[in-house]
Design a protein around this ligand. Structure first.
Ligand SMILES: NC(=O)c1ccc[n+]([C@@H]2O[C@H](COP(=O)([O-])OP(=O)(O)OC[C@H]3O[C@@H](n4cnc5c(N)ncnc54)[C@H](OP(=O)(O)O)[C@@H]3O)[C@@H](O)[C@H]2O)c1
Length: 284
C-alpha cells in the first residue's frame, strides 16, 4: 500500500517514519515542510499525482495553541484552508485522506469521556481552526479524521516530552498544572491505530484515539515520570514536582476536561489501547 506522509519531521510524523521502516506492507513517501508545503495547492497536486497514494496521513499542522491565538490567520490557513488543496488532489488520485485533529474541539464542560457523537464547541483559536479543518475532511467522501490528545514520544516537542529533561536538569521544584485533565497518548500507539485503519481499508469516518486511564493532569504525568526515574536510578534525585491549580491564566483559554473515549476505533482488528503510563518508560 502506498502512503504519503506530510509533516514528516513533526512529533507524530517522526514516529510514522520510524514505524514504517521495517514494514513490507507500507511503502511510505514522507515529506517534511521543506519538501512539501501543504499551503501550496499546486505542489500538493503534483506530489499526489506523482506518488498516486492509497492513503495520505496529514500530520502537518499549526500546533502551537498560544501562538494560534496571536496569529489566527496562519492557524486557519494551515489547519483548515489548505485542506481544500489536499482534498482536490486526493479526489484526483482517489486517495483516502487521514487527517489528525484534537480534543481541543471540545469545550471541556463534560465530566465523562467525549465520544465521536458529542457536539464540538472549541474555546480557543487552535481548537476552532482544527474544527474547521475537520468539517472539510469529513465532507470529502474519502476523508478520515482521527482526534487525539497530549501525544508524547521522544520526538514530541511539547511539555510531556520535556518533563524528563526538566526533572533531570532543574535544581528547584518543577511547578506543573494540575487543573486541566486529559488523556496522554503514546505516539506509537496512535500510529499503530492509524496503520490498523489502513490495513482494514477504512475509507471514511471520525474516530477518537487516546491511551486509556484518562483524567490525568500534567502534574500527575510529571509525578509518574519522576517515580519511574527514581525506580530506574535510586541514587538520582530528580527535581520535586509541585502542583499549580490555576490553569493557564496568561495563555489561550483551554478546555478543563477533554478525556475522549477510544471505544469506536478499538473495535478494529489490531488496535490496542494501553494505559497512558505504559509509554513513559520509553521517554526517560
Ligand atoms: N502533539 C499533540 O499533543 C497533539 C494533540 C492533539 C492533536 N494533535 C494533532 O496531531 C497532528 C500532528 O501533531 P504533532 O504533535 O506531530 O505536531 P508537530 O510536532 O508540531 O508537527 C507538525 C509538523 O507540521 C509541519 N508543518 C508546519 N507547517 C507546514 C507546512 N506549511 N507544510 C508542511 N508541513 C508543515 C511542521 O514542520 P516543522 O518541523 O518545519 O515545524 C511539523 O513538522 C496535528 O494535526 C495536531 O493538531 C497533536
Amino acid at each position: 500500500m502506498k502512503v504519503v506522509l506530510t509533516g514528516a519531521h513533526g512529533g507524530v510524523g517522526s514516529i510514522v517514519r520510524q514505524m514504517t521502516a521495517d514494514r513490507a506492507d507500507i511503502e511510505l513517501a514522507a515529506f517534511s515542510r521543506e519538501q512539501l508545503d501543504i499551503t501550496d495547492p499546486r505542489a500538493v497536486m503534483s506530489c499526489f499525482i506523482h506518488e498516486k497514494p492509497d492513503y495520505v496521513i496529514n500530520a502537518a499542522a499549526f500546533t502551537h495553541v498560544d501562538k494560534a491565538e496571536a496569529d489566527p490567520r496562519m492557524a486557519y490557513r494551515l489547519n483548515a484552508d489548505c485542506l481544500e488543496g489536499m482534498i482536490k488532489a486526493s479526489e484526483k488520485t482517489r486517495t483516502v485522506l487521514i487527517h489528525l485533529s484534537t480534543d481541543y474541539v471540545f469545550d471541556g464542560k463534560k465530566d465523562k469521556p467525549y465520544t465521536e457523537e458529542d457536539e464540538t464547541s472549541p474555546v480557543n483559536v487552535y481548537g476552532a481552526s482544527k474544527r474547521a479543518g475537520e468539517l472539510k475532511v469529513l465532507a470529502y467522501p474519502r476523508g478520515i479524521v482521527v482526534r487525539t490528545s497530549w501525544v508524547y514520544s521522544r520526538h514530541s516537542r511539547n511539555f510531556l516530552a520535556a518533563v524528563p529533561g526538566l526533572l533531570g536538569n532543574q535544581t528547584g521544584p518543577l511547578y506543573v498544572d494540575a487543573f486541566q485533565k486529559n488523556s496522554p497518548t503514546y505516539a506509537p500507539d496512535l500510529v499503530n491505530a492509524l496503520f490498523c485503519l489502513m490495513k482494514d481499508r477504512i475509507d471514511s469516518g471520525l474516530f477518537h484515539y487516546t491511551n486509556s486511564g484518562g483524567g490525568c493532569s500534567r502534574y500527575v504525568f510529571a509525578l509518574k515520570v519522576r517515580d519511574l526515574m527514581r525506580q530506574k536510578n535510586p541514587a538520582f534525585f530528580p527535581a520535586p514536582v509541585l502542583p499549580v491549580e490555576t490553569g493557564y491564566p496568561e495563555g489561550a483559554p483551554r478546555p478543563v476536561y477533554t478525556v475522549m473515549s477510544p471505544q469506536k476505533i478499538s473495535q478494529l482488528p489490531g488496535v490496542t489501547v494501553p494505559h497512558w503510563q505504559e509509554g513513559i518508560e520509553n521517554i526517560i
